[in-house]
Design a protein around this ligand. Structure first.
Ligand code: SF4
Length: 614
C-alpha cells in the first residue's frame, strides 16, 4: 500500500509565488482531510485578531481523501477561513464537481494568501498554476463567469467563483461552483477582498489511492447499501423541497422574522406545489441522488425565472421570513442569489429583519429607496436581493448582516436581529426544536443548521437516544451530532448521506484511500472531537467565550406562537444550565474554554499556550 496523505498547492497573490507541499503523516492521522485539514492549517497560519477582509487572512479550499472516486456522495468540498461575518472560524461546504476536479489536478488543499493588486483568477492543471488577468470577468455574474472560464480553458474545466456580491464584500457573499454554493459565513467576501474572481481547474480524471483494490471493493459495497435505502430514495425524489411540510406541521417553520412557527396557508408552499414547477434535477459528482431540484416559473411577473433550487433553506428564506406564499418569487430570489453569489439564508434573514424594522418604524420608506416592506409583499424582497449584492441604497446597509445593522440603527433593534455570533439563523425555530437551537449556540461557525443537525428533534432519529424536542437537557445529543458531523466532513461526505446506511464503511474507505490499516469508529469519534476542540481554541484565541454562546434575545424573552401546531408559548429558559452541562461534557471550563488537560488528551498540546494566554 502506498501512503497518500494529500497534496497542498499554496498561492500567494501578493508575491505571485506558487509552491507545493505534502501533508505530514501526523496531521493526516489526526485530522484525516477536508474540514480536519481546514482547521489544522488555519489554526497554524492565521494570526489572531487579523482583519478577515485584510491581506493577512487566508482562504483554504479543501476536498477530502474520497473525492473524485467512484464512491457516492463523497466529493463535496469546502472553503475555510476567518469569517468576515462572525470573526470566528468559517467552514462552508459546497458541491458540484469542483472537489473532484481538485483531486484530478492532484490536490486536497489550496491555500490562497495575500491580495492581488488587480482582479485575477487562478488556472490550475496537474502541472501548472497560473495567476491570470480577470478584468474581462470582474463584474460578471457567477453563471457568465463560469461559462467564460469553460470557453477559455476547455470543457474539462470546472471552476469556483464569486459574483458581484463577493466583489462588493457583502459580509455573507458566497463562493459558487456550477449552481452550488459555499454559502455560509461570507467566504465569498474573503475571495473578493483578495481580488480573486475565480479558481478554474482543467484536468482529466486521475486518482492516487493508497490501496486501490480495497477501495474499489468498498465503493461497490457502498453502492449496494445505498441504492435501496429508503432515506436515499426519498431524498432522490424530493431533495429537501418538502421539508417545509414537516416543519410547518410541527410549528418550527420560522415566520415573520421568527415570531411564528407556522405559516398561514402553508399548504400553498408545500413540496407538491414546488413539484409542479420542477423541470429537472442536478447533483454533485458521483451522487445518484441528484437532490438539486430545478424549477422554472412559467408565467406571471417572474416568468422565466429558473433555479437549481430553491432547496428547503432557500424556500424558507424567501417565503417564511416575510410570510409570502409565492413559490415563483422564491425561485426568482434563489436564482438571483446564485447569480450574484449570495448566501440565501443570511440574505433572506436580513430581508426579514428589514421588514420588521419597517413595521416597527425603525426603517422608513425614505430609508428603503421607496420600497414598502409589508409582510406578504414579495416584490420588494426580490428587489432587495439585487440591492444587497450591488450594495445599492438600503442594500449597502443590509449587506453588513443583521448584527451590524442593529448596531448601526440602535433603538433596541438588536431584539429583531436573529443571529448567533453574527450569523443569521436558518430555517428551524429553536424554541420548538431546542437541541437544534443549542447546536446554533455552540456551533463553531455561528448559527448553522448542518453543523450538528438535530434530526432527533425534527425527524425523531433514535441515535444516540430519542429527544423531547422541547427539552433543554440534551447536551450529549448536541455534542454527538456536532462531533459526528465533524468527522464525516473530513471525507468530505455529504451530510444527507449520513442517513443512507453506509457510514459503517466510512473509516475503512478513508483507510483504503490513504493507504493505512484502518480507522475504527472510536478513532473517527476522537478525530471529530479533536477538530471541535481545535475550532473552539481558534475562536477563543479570537476573543470568543461564554457570552457569545447565546441565542438571540427573542428566543429567550418572547414566547413562540405556533398557530395550529404544538408548542405554543415555548421559550428557551435554561440556557445557562445547558451551557454548564455542555461545557462540562466537553471538558471545558465554566467560561467555555478547553482545559489544558482536554487539549493534551486530544493531541492538541500546541494550542495549550494560546489558551493559557486567555
Ligand atoms: S445528496 Fe445532494 S448535496 Fe449531497 S452529494 Fe448528493 S447531490 Fe450533492
Amino acid at each position: 500500500m502506498a501512503l497518500n496523505t494529500g497534496k497542498i498547492l499554496r498561492v500567494n497573490l501578493s508575491s505571485g509565488k506558487v509552491s507545493k507541499d505534502v501533508v505530514s503523516k501526523k496531521i493526516a492521522a489526526d485530522f484525516i482531510g477536508g474540514r480536519g485539514y481546514g482547521i489544522r492549517y488555519l489554526y497554524d497560519e492565521i494570526t489572531p485578531g487579523i482583519d478577515a477582509l485584510g491581506e493577512k487572512n487566508k482562504l483554504l479550499m479543501l476536498n477530502g481523501p474520497l473525492a473524485g472516486t467512484t464512491a457516492q456522495a463523497v466529493s463535496r468540498w469546502m472553503t475555510c477561513t476567518k469569517s468576515p461575518l462572525t470573526g470566528a472560524f468559517a467552514r462552508s461546504v459546497c458541491g458540484a464537481d469542483f472537489g473532484a476536479w481538485m483531486k484530478f489536478a492532484g490536490y486536497e488543499i489550496l491555500i490562497i494568501e495575500g491580495k492581488a493588486d488587480k482582479p485575477v483568477y487562478l488556472h490550475i492543471t496537474p502541472d501548472t498554476c497560473e495567476i491570470l488577468d480577470a478584468s474581462e470577468i470582474w463584474g460578471k455574474d457567477t453563471k457568465e463567469t463560469q461559462e467564460w472560464l469553460t470557453q477559455s480553458h476547455g470543457k474539462n474545466t470546472r471552476s469556483a467563483c464569486i459574483g458581484p456580491a463577493g466583489e462588493n464584500l457583502v459580509k455573507y457573499a458566497a463562493v459558487v461552483s456550477d449552481r452550488r454554493t459555499a454559502g455560509r459565513g461570507g467566504t465569498g467576501a474573503v475571495m473578493g477582498s483578495k481580488n480573486l474572481k475565480a479558481v478554474a481547474i482543467t484536468a482529466s480524471r486521475k486518482l492516487e489511492l493508497g490501496n486501490p483494490e480495497a477501495y474499489t471493493a468498498l465503493a461497490k459495497e457502498q453502492v449496494n447499501i445505498i441504492k435501496n435505502n429508503p432515506g436515499f430514495l426519498s431524498h432522490k425524489e424530493w431533495g429537501t423541497t418538502s421539508t417545509q411540510d414537516v416543519t410547518n406541521a410541527i410549528g418550527i417553520y420560522p415566520v415573520r422574522n421568527f415570531r411564528y412557527g407556522q405559516q398561514l396557508n402553508y399548504k400553498e408552499i408545500a413540496g407538491t406545489e414546488y413539484r409542479k414547477l420542477r423541470v429537472g434535477d442536478m447533483g454533485c459528482y458521483s451522487c445518484p441522488a441528484r437532490c438539486g431540484k430545478v424549477h422554472t416559473v412559467p408565467s406571471g411577473i417572474y416568468a422565466g425565472a429558473h433555479s437549481e433550487g430553491p432547496e428547503y433553506e432557500s424556500i424558507w428564506a424567501f417565503t417564511g421570513t416575510i410570510e409570502s406564499n409565492s413559490i415563483e418569487a422564491s425561485i426568482a430570489a434563489d436564482q438571483l442569489c446564485d447569480d450574484m453569489g449570495l448566501d440565501t439564508i443570511s440574505t433572506g434573514s436580513s430581508i426579514g429583519f428589514a421588514y420588521e424594522l419597517y413595521e416597527k418604524g425603525l426603517l422608513k420608506k425614505s430609508d428603503t429607496d421607496g420600497l414598502e416592506l409589508l409582510y406578504g409583499k414579495h416584490e420588494p424582497m426580490v428587489a432587495l436581493v439585487t440591492k444587497i449584492a450591488k450594495r445599492e441604497g438600503i442594500g449597502n446597509l443590509l449587506a453588513e448582516g443583521t448584527m451590524r445593522v442593529a448596531a448601526k440603527i440602535g433603538h433596541n433593534s438588536d431584539v429583531y436581529a436573529i443571529n448567533v455570533k453574527g450569523m443569521e439563523l436558518p430555517a428551524y425555530e429553536p424554541r420548538g426544536a431546542k437541541s437544534q437551537g443549542y447546536n446554533y449556540v455552540t456551533a463553531s461557525i455561528g448559527a448553522s443548521h448542518c453543523y450538528g443537525y438535530a434530526a432527533q428533534d425534527i425527524f425523531g432519529s433514535p441515535e444516540p437516544h430519542p429527544t423531547d424536542r422541547f427539552s433543554e437537557e440534551n447536551a450529549d445529543v448536541v455534542i454527538f451530532n456536532q462531533d459526528g458531523t465533524a468527522w464525516k466532513e473530513c471525507g468530505v461526505a455529504c451530510t444527507f448521506s449520513g442517513g443512507w446506511g453506509w457510514m459503517p464503511l466510512f473509516g475503512k474507505m478513508v483507510a483504503a484511500a490513504r493507504g493505512i490499516d484502518k480507522y475504527s469508529d472510536a478513532e473517527l469519534a476522537k478525530v471529530g472531537e479533536r477538530m471541535y476542540n481545535l475550532e473552539r481554541a481558534f475562536n477563543i484565541r479570537e476573543g470568543f467565550g461564554r457570552k457569545h454562546d447565546t441565542l438571540p434575545k427573542r428566543m429567550l424573552t418572547e414566547p413562540l406562537h405556533t398557530r395550529e401546531a404544538k408548542g405554543e408559548g415555548q421559550m428557551v429558559t435554561h440556557q445557562d444550565e445547558f451551557l454548564d452541562k455542555y461545557y462540562s461534557l466537553r471538558g471545558w471550563t465554566k467560561e467555555g474554554i478547553p482545559t489544558a488537560t482536554k487539549l493534551k488528551a486530544m493531541g492538541l498540546d500546541f494550542a495549550v499556550k494560546d489558551i493559557k494566554a486567555k
